[in-house]
Structure formats: C-alpha cells, structure tokens
Design a binder for this molecule. Structure first.
Ligand code: PEP
Ligand code: MN
Length: 368
C-alpha cells in the first residue's frame, strides 16, 4: 500500500505554475546570496536554495561556508519574503537549520544511500514537521531511494518529496549524471502520490542542456524543478558550469510549457485510437518474444547433445552489432536496442539453463 504523502499544494509554499526552487549551488558570501535572491524573487520561486555544507567528491575543495551562511538565508527571508532550503547530512545540520528558521531541508545524493546517516537524520527530524526532499542515491538503486523515504515517513514526516538528480553511469553520455527516467517513473508507479521534483542542474552538468531536461521533466508530469542560479556562474566556487545567470534562469522558466495528464475530447479520442494500436503491437511483441524463446529452448536441447556452451560470445557479438545497425536504420536509438537485446539475452540464457537442468535431472533419474 502506498504511504501517505501530503500534496505539495498543502505544504504552505507559493506555487505559481509548478513547485520551483532556485538559488546557488553554494552560499559563498552574503552579497552573492542576497544578489541571487533579489534576482530570482518574483519569478514564481517556491523556495530559495543554497548549499551551506557541501559534500565534495574530493577533499581540498570548497566545502561550504557552514552555519554563517544560515544567517544570510535569514536575510533572504526577511528582505525578499522567500522561503529558504538547504541540504542536511547530519543531525547537527538539522539542529542548526531549526535554530535559524530554515523552511525546508533536503538530503543529498551522497547521503540517501547510507541507512545509518538517513536514520540519524530521521530521528533528528522527528516531530519537527520540517518539509523534506530526498534526492536519489547516485547509483540507480530504487530500493535505497524508497528505503530512505520510508525512514523519514517512519519519523512521522508527511511533507516528503523526492528529487530526481540523475545517476552515475558506466555508459558515457552527454550528461554529468544520466537521467535514466525509467527510475523516477517506476518510483511514481509504485507511489503515485509521492511529490516528485527534478534537479536538471545536477543531471546536466552544463547549462546548455538544462532547458531540454527541465522540459522533459514537465512532459513526464514531474511536480516541480530545482535549478542552480548564480550571479556570476563562471566564478562560482562549486558546480560553475551548470549554474545559470539570473537572466538565463528567467528565460528558461519563461520557455517551459506545463503539461497536463487530461486532454481535450478530440485529443482524447485520437489518443485512445493510438493507444489501442500500441496495445495491439505490444501483444504481438510479447507473442513474438515467446516464440523466440521456444526456438531458444530447442537450441538448448541441441547444444546439450553436442556439449556446446550456452553462452556463445561470437554469436552474441554478431547479434548486438547487426541488430543495433538494423534498429538504427529503423529510427531506434542504439541504447534502446542494446538494452532490449540484453534483457532478451538474459531471459534466453535462463530459459536454456532451465532446459539443461531438467534434461540433467531426467538423465540422473534414468541412472538411478
Ligand atoms: C546540491 O544540490 O547542491 C547537491 C550537492 O546535489 P546532489 O546531492 O544531487 O549532488
Ligand atoms: Mn551543485
């Protein structure tokens, strides 16, 4: 059963078109924080973000200004009427945030996968009612992401949302952290009421890609965005190549189109026809796959008789190359064809192993 999540509309933050967070990767100085806040105030921002304690991959880099920055955020609230949010990684961070009247906290991608750290945070947040966002773990592990959220729900928090910030991937693509949309989509399928935000800044790693990813998140019905904004990105002390200038930020927000699940009657009718077509094609795909597996099982019997290995590296190589080529000629991406082939190949190997195991069991029975 899906846990209880309070919809974002009831969190008490302003929402214009969608839930929106903007602000620098890191608070660097009072001037930088206030200048950014002034520039994003009035753009429909739900809360102003700034990293105070920065989890850096390598030591020796700028690790945040610490508690002092919370006073600057206090000024952001006073002077610009913006709610403020920061990343927390320890109970001490939570304590400081509560002392300084921070309106929302989030858990970063390097903390989410650590159950000890998450439980300590959940204990420190118990009964505070503080709104909380949980970023996905860096590796694509849905269970760890859900497990972290469950720990916070267990501490009685109801203003809980998830942030998709991309995943570390061994496959090289143009993103800093690969979007792999299938994971947040699967999270939403499992927990349909969980508010879901997207952080295109950390996914992209470079500002040119930001618009496409932000729009894709809205196309996929994400509830909002978190975007890094800095008055002078090139001089930023962290994540300089992905932060937007305030004017680029305004421009990007203005270009984004909000999508809806419901559509007009004509669109709905046409969609229904197309969906029927897709249903029929899926049905045929499954039937074909099942037929392909029957052939594979016959091959397994033959391989067993001839003592031939289940896995045939050369044949596999040939299949991958030729199918990717053919798929691309048909307008499919090589990633899609490869992922599909891998899933089919894995099933084929399991089916062959199944045939071998039952043949071996029969042979053993005959010997008895
Ligand atoms: C951040 O939002 O500044 C941050 C460090 O993000 P992440 O945890 O997604 O790397
Ligand atoms: Mn950052």
């Amino acid at each position: 059963m899906s846990p209880t999540f309070l919809p974002l509309e009831r969190w008490g933050f302003p929402i214009e078109r969608f839930f929106l967070s903007a602000g620098p990767c890191s608070a660097e100085s009072e001037e930088q924080v206030l200048e950014t806040a002034k520039a994003v105030a009035g753009t429909g921002v739900s809360f102003f973000r700034a990293g105070i304690w920065k989890p850096r991959t390598h030591p020796g880099h700028f690790e945040g200004v610490g508690t002092e920055g919370l006073r600057w955020l206090g000024k952001v609230r006073e002077e610009y009427g913006l709610a403020v949010g920061v990343e927390v990684a320890t109970p001490q961070h939570v304590e400081e945030c509560l002392r300084h009247g921070v309106d929302l906290v989030w858990v970063g991608a390097r903390t989410t996968p650590n159950p000890f750290a998450v439980q300590a945070l959940a204990d420190s947040l118990k009964d505070t009612g503080l709104p909380l966002l949980v970023k996905n773990p860096i590796s694509p592990d849905l269970e760890l992401w859900m497990g972290a959220i469950e720990r916070f729900l267990g501490a009685g928090l109801v203003k809980v949302a998830a942030i998709h910030r991309g995943f570390s991937s061994s496959e090289k693509d143009e993103y800093r952290f690969s979007p792999q949309w299938k994971w947040p989509i699967e999270l939403k399928r499992k927990w349909p009421h969980l508010p879901l935000l997207c952080d295109p800044s950390h996914i992209c790693g470079k500002r040119d890609l930001l618009y496409g990813v932000a729009q894709e998140a809205l196309d996929l019905l994400f509830d909002g965005l978190m975007i890094e904004v800095h008055p002078n990105p090139d001089a930023a002390l962290s994540d300089s190549s992905q932060q937007l200038t305030p004017s680029d930020f305004r421009d990007l927000i203005g270009r984004l189109t909000l999508k809806h699940e419901e559509s007009s009657e004509t669109v709905q009718r046409r969609l229904k026809e197309l969906r029927n077509e897709v249903d029929g094609l899926d049905h045929r795909l499954l039937q074909l796959l099942s037929r392909r597996m029957s052939v594979v099982r016959r091959m397994a019997e033959l391989k067993n008789q001839g003592n031939v290995s289940t896995f045939q590296p050369h044949r596999w190589e040939e299949i991958v190359e030729s199918r990717i080529q053919e798929g691309m000629e048909l307008g499919l991406s090589s990633r899609c064809v490869f992922d599909l082939l891998q899933a089919i190949h894995e099933e084929a190997i399991e089916q062959q192993e199944d045939v071998l195991n039952s043949e071996n069991a029969e042979a053993a029975e005959d010997l008895e």
